[in-house]
Design a protein around this ligand. Structure first.
Ligand code: DGL
Length: 265
């Protein structure tokens, strides 16, 4: 059996392209429809009620494109709204928290895990809950790093100021002796080098984008929804604000040109 319908992915903006990149690596035949809510980004500072309302609208948009699965690429939306979305829609929906938590639990050797993300993700406690559900004996230490998103969007990946900010944000996790850190935000994979250096040798970084891609593959496979006929069509990108800035910035997240970003109708 083969299902050629596209996979729908949404994020608050451009960051979810890290998830698109990872899915493309392991599922090159799948067509993807991406929606970035660039008119209303950031989600990381907003309330559960607001993020959930936006998330419902984002899934409704993707449903118009006849998607076979929805991936909530945004860590904030996954933390605050996934349960509600699953209750509202019949299409399978996967978020980044569970796959990221699984990755962290199988990585840790000393049972001490750090989680970093936006303010909303961290104060929701979603990662902590999920990790402790999988392994109740693990200690979880969380830290929000609100300046990381603007630094990545500015492209300041190699600047000294970014390394300094990382060192300040991550000092409490370093002190706790974590051996694993979950990168619980779409933008953080671009800061892997900086975060790795600030945490020091031997600390493993769990990329939630990579983990969810593996989860998407397993889910499609288990439900007989994989597209295994020939080559997939090109992915399409939609945004809620003007597409120029998204396309320019998106190239850094996706490591390739985004030719066809459109404003969602
Ligand atoms: N996409 C968001 C996340 O992964 C980061 C940007 C935002 O705050 O909207 O949490």
């Amino acid at each position: 059996m083969s299902d050629t319908r596209p996979i729908g992915i949404f994020d608050s903006g451009v960051g979810g392209l890290t998830v698109v990149g990872e899915i493309r690596k392991i599922l090159p035949r799948e067509e993807m429809i991406y929606f970035g809510d660039t008119a209303r980004v950031p989600y990381g500072t907003k309330s559960k009620e607001t993020v959930t309302r936006f998330s419902v609208e984002n899934v409704e948009f993707l449903m118009k494109h006849n998607v076979k699965l929805v991936v909530v690429a945004c860590n904030t939306a996954s933390s605050l709204s996934l349960d509600f979305l699953k209750r509202c829609f019949r299409v399978p929906i996967i978020g980044v928290i569970e796959p990221g938590a699984k990755g962290a639990v199988s990585s840790t050797r000393n049972g001490r895990i750090g989680v970093i993300g936006t303010q909303a993700t961290i104060s929701s406690g979603a990662y902590e809950r999920q990790i402790r559900k999988l392994r109740p004996d693990v200690r979880v230490f969380c830290r929000s790093c609100p300046m990381f998103v603007p630094l990545v969007e500015e492209g300041w990946l190699g600047k000294r100021v970014t390394a300094e900010i990382a060192s300040i944000y991550l000092a409490p996790l370093r002190k706790k002796g974590v051996d694993t850190v979950v990168l619980g935000c779409t933008h953080y994979p671009l800061l892997k080098k900086v975060i790795g250096k600030a945490m020091g040798r031997g600390v493993r970084l769990i990329d939630s984008a990579r983990e969810v891609a593996a989860g998407v593959k397993d889910l499609l496979d288990a439900s007989g929804l994989l597209n295994d006929t020939g080559k997939g069509k090109k992915s399409r990108f939609f945004v809620s604000d003007e597409p120029g800035r998204f396309a320019r910035m998106g190239e850094r997240f996706l490591h390739r040109k985004i030719e066809c970003a459109k404003r969602a109708e």
